[in-house]
Design a protein around this ligand. Structure first.
Ligand SMILES: NC(=O)c1ccc[n+]([C@@H]2O[C@H](COP(=O)([O-])OP(=O)(O)OC[C@H]3O[C@@H](n4cnc5c(N)ncnc54)[C@H](O)[C@@H]3O)[C@@H](O)[C@H]2O)c1
Length: 344
């Protein structure tokens, strides 16, 4: 089949990784780009040699000539741009967080379903090599049936330097980072029926919470803790590693700092290096995330060509986004939140 032609909207900080990913992906390429900021448009257009440039997404859709759109803007514009894609029947990838609210996210799934187009949320963390390695260990049965887990991201990294908007929003770490960690918890231990959360703000310069601890009750009967912090200074900064502990009926699994995966069961203990590849465009410590961008984009191309649903489709990601909403509700009320009532 011919190479799929993509258009990208939003040429900011993270979109550069996506553009590098498209340059390496097999079977697709970017033919047009859009940003309302002419400076960003020029920087990304020149760097990647894209001559079709727009400051207005509506004008780009009107001109057409592409098979999918990759929306890499911040959350405020996601619903309007996905609705625009649906109106033009163009399959769409949308960056996380899905939408400003669960109601918006549900409307986005409904509008793309009605238009008969694919919608994938760019939820790339489950595509990280170490996370895929954990999934494979579970699938092999090496630790039996997991009954407990911990998914942890604790860092002192200055994320505000490259993404200053993160310090301005009333919601910070759960919506920006915890969303990934919650998705990993769902990917590894399955869907969640109830959640309890506690949050703190340690950094006085930001508006939102920068520490969150969440307790998840999975449909499988497993219990997990998802804990995230941007207020944790350690001897060796682990950014941007997600650390995982799983206890199962036949053994345990530990994904520890430095991408070491240790499995202990009746056969003994084996530690494997599950480091991500350092792609040509990548730089440490971001390479783990950068590789996952290429992997999720390749997955999109393959699924679009095969006509199959993506791993992080809009419908799937509603269930992760509901956990984000539940966490804020629980932190505010102090109560446990049932996920089913949010998704109904
Ligand atoms: N998946 C990940 O690992 C990951 C990592 C970092 C950021 N992100 C997400 O990526 C998104 C973008 O983040 P960023 O840090 O690159 O932001 P950014 O502010 O650097 O870039 C956003 C760009 O979109 C443009 N834009 C906004 N609305 C637009 C519109 N309606 N039409 C055209 N252009 C528009 C802005 O001018 C800006 O250049 C966010 O949702 C963020 O959460 C994801």
């Amino acid at each position: 089949m011919a190479e799929l032609r993509g258009a990208l909207i939003g040429c900011g900080f993270f979109a550069v990784n996506q553009m590098h990913g498209w340059a390496l992906a097999q079977g697709a390429g970017i033919v047009a780009i859009c940003d309302r900021d002419p400076q960003r448009l020029a920087i990304v257009g020149d760097q990647f040699g894209i001559s079709r440039r727009y400051t207005d997404a509506a004008a780009m859709f009107a001109d057409g000539g592409f098979d999918f759109v990759d929306i890499a803007t911040t959350v405020q514009s996601h619903r309007a741009l996905v609705e625009m894609a649906a109106a033009h029947k163009v399959p769409a990838i949308c960056q996380k967080p899905f939408a400003p609210s669960l109601a918006d996210a549900k409307a986005m799934v409904a509008v793309t379903n009605a238009a008969g187009i694919a919608l994938m949320i760019h939820e790339n963390f489950r595509w990280q090599t170490p996370i895929q390695a954990v999934r494979k260990v579970l699938d092999s049965g090496a630790i039996g049936t997991p009954f407990w887990g911990r998914f942890s991201f604790r860092s002192g990294f200055d994320v505000f330097a490259a993404q200053p908007y993160l310090g301005e929003a009333p919601r910070f770490i759960i919506e920006d980072l915890g969303i990934h960690t919650l998705d990993i918890a769902r990917y590894i231990l399955g869907d969640v029926h109830s959640l309890t959360a506690r949050t703190r703000r340690i950094n006085p310069k930001i508006k939102g919470e920068d520490v969150a601890t969440m307790l998840l009750d999975h449909d499988s009967g497993a219990t997990s803790i998802v804990d995230v912090s941007y207020a944790t200074r350690q001897e060796t900064e682990p950014f941007p590693e997600t650390l995982i502990e799983l206890d199962g009926s036949e053994g345990t699994l530990r994904l520890t700092q430095g991408y070491a995966l240790t499995v202990t069961n009746g056969d003994g203990t084996v530690t494997t290096d599950v480091s991500p590849a350092l792609l040509p465009f990548a730089s440490r410590p971001w390479h783990n995330i950068q590789e996952s961008v290429l992997l999720i984009q390749q997955h999109w191309v393959d699924a679009l060509k095969a006509g199959t649903e993506t791993s992080t489709s809009g419908a799937d990601n509603l269930k992760t986004f509901a956990l984000v909403e539940a966490a804020y509700q629980s932190a505010a009320s102090g109560q446990l939140v049932e996920i089913g009532t949010l998704l109904a």
